[in-house]
Design a protein. Structure first.
Length: 87
């Protein structure tokens, strides 16, 4: 993939993340690509192509990092509630 298409993809992924205030996993799912690709594009490549967008993405990723233990706890709670309802 050439550099121009990569920078377009970076900005497209970042715009989606910013607009929906979502996670890397959700962006990857929406675009049908791997989490690794999304993460590499929005943390490394975007820094060189669009610094303003990179700053916004960085803030959202930091917020996601601070909230991830809450999401993990919620997922575990749902898992055990589902197990209880099946039994």
């Amino acid at each position: 993939m050439n550099v121009h298409k990569q920078s377009e993809r970076c900005e497209l992924l970042a715009a989606y993340l910013i607009e929906h205030k979502t996670t890397v996993r959700q962006v990857a799912h929406a675009f049908g690509i791997s989490k690794s690709t999304v993460h590499k594009d929005i943390t490394t490549r975007l820094r060189y192509t669009n610094k303003r967008m990179y700053a916004k993405v960085k803030d959202i990723l930091e917020q996601n990092k601070q909230e991830r233990h809450l999401r993990g706890g919620e997922a575990t709670r749902r898992k055990y509630l589902k197990k209880q309802s099946i039994s």
